[in-house]
Write a protein that binds this ligand. Structure first.
Ligand SMILES: C[S@@+](CC[C@H](N)C(=O)[O-])C[C@H]1O[C@@H](n2cnc3c(N)ncnc32)[C@H](O)[C@@H]1O
Length: 237
């Protein structure tokens, strides 16, 4: 392992920094050292919304790619949150992606007993309209948590980010998230060389943002990674 990897990982060369590790996020997190992550993104594969909406097309055409992904129940999401709480630095940030259902239902049960506090929220306007029995969805939400102690000075350097952000995401995954927004947030909350975590990385939009900003990425997905892109030299190892 190189010097940077040793700062963040304590297992014997099993995972790579700045690479697409294909593994369970809970297993990868178990190899991450305490308090070494400046900023984390967590974009769970929610089961709740499919249970709630029941469009009846899971496994068919439009729903196939989405419903084929492994779902996360509340207990799994809580396990991720406990580990993210452990690996974040003091005053480090967690950006949690939620849909309308989870925003309204509340997410705080997942955070009981952690040092993670809600400090802000951003609405992502996807710039295109989706499904909905009443109104049709055009937005998703990013809840901003900060590990104690809560402070903005020196921990968040860009004060021009609007709390409604319009961006069309490049579709490399059924749930691709907007790179430019994530870049702005990483730049605001980290410095060059800092470590950014994404333990359910999907299409690896956070990895791409980190590469463009010279931040170190540690992350994985249980379905996507490694041998999909063997032709790209992604590992620093
Ligand atoms: C909502 S998507 C993430 C999309 C990503 N933010 C992007 O911009 O492409 C959630 C991902 O979690 C992955 N996943 C589900 N269970 C997982 C687990 N236990 N460990 C790691 N990844 C998991 C799924 O395979 C899916 O790709």
């Amino acid at each position: 392992m190189n010097e940077a990897a040793l700062l963040v990982l304590h297992s014997e060369g099993r995972y790579s920094l700045n690479a697409k590790n294909r593994t369970d996020g809970i297993e990868l997190l178990a190899s991450v050292n305490d308090g070494c992550i400046s900023t984390a993104f967590f974009d769970p594969q929610y089961r709740g919304v499919l249970d709630k909406l029941k469009y009846g097309n899971e496994g068919k055409s439009r729903g196939r790619a989405r419903s084929a992904l492994p779902q996360m129940d509340d207990a799994t999401i809580t396990s991720f949150v406990i580990e993210i709480n452990r690996v974040l630095k003091q005053s480090g940030h967690l950006f949690l992606w939620v849909d309308k259902f989870h925003l309204c239902q509340g997410v705080l049960d997942w955070f009981l007993g952690t040092e993670l506090n809600i400090v802000d929220m951003i609405v992502w306007d996807k710039g295109k309209i989706g499904m909905g029995y009443r109104t049709r969805r055009r937005s998703e939400y990013l809840i901003v948590f900060q590990k104690s102690p809560v402070r903005a000075k020196a921990c968040w350097t860009d004060h021009a980010i609007p709390d409604v952000w319009e961006e069309r995401a490049e579709k490399v995954h059924p749930h691709s998230k907007p790179i430019e927004l994530q870049k702005r947030l990483i730049a605001a909350t980290t410095k060059e060389g800092d470590f950014v975590l994404d333990p359910a990385a999907g299409g690896y939009s956070v990895l791409r943002a980190c590469r463009e900003l010279n931040r170190n990425f540690i992350g994985c997905d249980i379905v996507y990674g490694e041998d999909e892109d063997e032709d790209e030299d992604e590992s620093e190892e």
